[in-house]
Design a protein around this ligand. Structure first.
Ligand code: BF8
Length: 645
């Protein structure tokens, strides 16, 4: 893959890749080249390192051994490998959720103490009291006579308990349609706490335990559901309560948001509890004065990956780029500090940063990098830590080497901040908030259906190409697209996330809906934990009526076109286990070495849970598969074909 255009369709990224090439800087695109050919056994999922009798590998063409030293077949090996990935992905999202629950509890405790003292000494507050009350009522708490801190304490404690729940069912399972709950109960996959499900799943994958691929996948789905309807959903809801529920907000995206004459601080990772404080610190008059003294015209905060999505959704902070742009942001030579928390942070960043004046700063005790400056974030000292990091950036501004600076011009406008609640209001108005207009749109055929397009980038594929081409095709065919993660950033850069995009890209029906309510044809719902917002929005559609009784009845489909992270696999599994047809791009799951497992995931699993996987390495084909599925669901509901098909 030598041509720059084959590496990325994004012009800003292409410019930085040219700079990298000219200056001999190493990026993940070079490293993926240097890995070729990648291990075929690994790609097909038939390499086993579970025990020390191995490593074993199965020849998928039947010319070598048919099983490992212990007797594990390709089916067992591939299913165990996949199950372990589900456990890892679920752990990442849910551990994020647990930290938010702890921050909520700390806020409630400090808030209560301050109230008694009549002072204010903490950095966080209960920002959305309404949502707090709603969630409290939903989980069976009495709200009368309690102030927000008392209630937050009760909600926080109950939610924290969900992570380690040993018996029974997660509380948010009740949000799913009754029919869906019954499907899970019948299969015995209603999730308990994520801690319980991860441990059980990992147990079943150790040598000599579960050797039945379907059973391994059922345990895997139970674990994934504990993430989607547990850890991730808790993260989303508690973040909204603590930091505020997003509302539609305008901002800008791409490397051009970095500023030539300001101190640039890039926040990268996933957890908004720190980055929200960094936003506040970047507006601190004392620090702004200090920046002026160092010759800068201001402090410019920009985000990468899902931390970007979090502070975009709530604060309108501009987005510098998605996963594959983290190295490219440093290559601009204009980043004073890149502060990182957890997940999706390339270990290569430090080596690259050392070629520039950029300081990489780690903040989480869970994510240290050798030789990298660490300023530990604690919830108790959130604002002080953020100020310290911003001060580091200001102090580093005079070290910027002008000749090394090259900020691409490209930026694009976007509107983000769509949630289950906002969609209610926008569609139905504040006084008659309802999903009726959306359901009517689908029933009448003006809208063909709904698609969730999510997930990462992967240097094995042309950066952003799959996201953009797939979403373009879906819009053309009157499918309303809901997005999260790096996929949303890709489509934002392409200009799809503004209301005006409807005229240019959407089919007539989708255009009519977008014009009537003033929304973009592609709605940005947030970070990857916010995929839970897609689930809850789908539940509202069912509740509204007219589109079936279960999530698997809705004319809807999901996709992760450029996935790379284990988290994407977990998301895929909780979508499929919730009844959603989900298409994966790239090298899917590394399961093709097992015919039986591949057949189960693409077919048999549907009989169990109503959803299934499809795999494709072509965005047009992905769109075709999703549209065919949506049309089949329309037929099954006895709906007329899409109005402008
Ligand atoms: O959690 S989409 S590359 S940033 S894993 Fe990572 Fe993938 Fe981006 Fe967000 Ni999600």
């Amino acid at each position: 893959m030598s041509k720059i255009e084959q590496k990325s369709i994004d012009l800003a990224s292409q410019e930085m890749l040219k700079k990298a090439q000219a200056e001999g800087l190493n990026t993940c695109w070079d490293r993926v080249d240097s890995m070729q050919p990648q291990c075929g056994f690994g790609q097909l999922g038939v390499c086993c390192t579970v025990c020390n009798m191995g490593p074993c590998r199965i020849d998928p063409f039947g010319e070598g051994p048919e099983c490992g030293v212990c007797g594990a077949t390709a089916d067992t090996i591939a299913a165990r490998n996949l199950a372990r990935k589900i456990a890892v992905g679920g752990s990442a999202h849910s551990d994020h959720g647990r930290d938010v629950a702890n921050t909520l509890l700390m806020t409630a405790k400090h808030g209560g103490q301050d109230k008694a003292k009549g002072s204010h000494s903490h950095d966080y507050d209960i920002t959305d009291e309404n949502k707090l009350k709603k969630v409290a009522q939903e989980i069976g708490l009495e709200i009368k006579g309690k102030d927000k801190f008392e209630l937050a304490k009760e909600v926080g404690e109950l939610m924290l308990g969900e992570f380690g729940k040993q018996k029974g069912e997660l509380l948010f399972i009740n949000r799913a349609p009754k029919k869906r709950q019954e499907i899970w109960r019948k299969l015995g996959i209603v999730p308990r706490g994520i801690d319980r499900e991860v441990v059980e799943l990992l147990h079943t994958t150790t040598m000599g335990v579960d050797n039945e691929y379907r059973n391994l996948m059922l345990t895997g789905m139970r674990c994934a559901l504990a993430d989607g309807w547990g850890g991730s959903m808790i993260a989303t809801d508690l973040q909204d309560i603590l930091l505020g529920k997003p509302v539609p907000i305008r901002s800008k995206v791409n490397l051009g948001v970095l500023k030539e004459d300001e101190v640039n601080v890039v926040v990268h990772g996933h957890e908004p509890v720190l980055s929200e404080m960094a936003v506040k610190a970047s507006r601190d008059p004392e620090l702004l004065k200090l920046a002026k003294e160092k010759g800068a015209n201001g402090i410019n905060l920009a985000g990468i990956c899902c931390t970007a999505n979090e502070v975009l959704m709530r604060q309108g902070v501009p987005v510098a780029g998605n996963f594959l742009q983290q190295e490219l942001a440093i290559i601009t030579g204009a980043v004073e500090v890149m502060m990182v928390d957890v997940q999706c942070i390339m270990p290569a960043l430090e080596q690259l940063a050392s070629c520039f004046h950029t300081k990489l700063i780690t903040t989480s005790p869970k994510a240290r990098f050798p030789g990298v400056k660490h300023i530990q974030f604690t919830e108790e000292k959130a604002y002080a830590v953020s100020k310290q990091i911003i001060r580091e950036a200001i102090d580093n501004y005079p070290n910027r080497i002008k000749e090394k600076v090259n900020i691409p011009k490209q930026t694009m406008d976007l509107v983000a901040g769509f949630t289950k609640e906002v969609v209610f209001q926008i569609l139905g108005g504040t006084y008659r908030a309802s999903y009726r207009p959306l359901n009517e749109g689908i029933i009448s055929g003006r809208l063909r259906g709904v698609a969730g397009v999510v997930g990462c980038n992967n240097p094995k594929q042309t950066h952003d190409l799959f996201h953009v081409e797939l979403v373009k095709e879906l819009m053309k065919k009157d499918v309303l697209v809901l997005q999260t993660g790096c996929s949303a950033i890709a489509c934002a850069k392409a200009g799809f996330l503004v209301p005006e995009a409807a005229k240019q890209y959407a089919g007539r029906g989708l255009q009519e809906i977008c014009d009537a309510v003033g929304i973009p044809p592609v709605l940005h719902l947030g970070s990857c934990v916010d995929n839970s917002r897609i689930l809850t929005a789908a539940c509202e559609i069912i509740k509204e009526g007219g589109l079936g009784e279960d999530l698997s009845d809705i004319p809807a489909a999901g996709a992760a076109p450029e996935w790379m992270s284990e988290k994407a696999i977990t998301i895929g599994f909780y979508f499929v286990a919730s009844g959603v047809y989900t298409v994966f791009g790239a090298d899917p799951f590394s399961v093709f070495g097992s015919k039986n497992l591949t057949e189960y995931l693409t077919n048999g699993i549907e009989k169990d849970v109503g959803g299934k996987f499809a795999f494709s390495d072509n965005p047009q084909e992905m769109a075709k598969l999703m549209i065919e599925h949506i049309d089949n669901k329309r037929k099954a509901l006895n709906l007329k074909p899409a109005m402008y098909a």
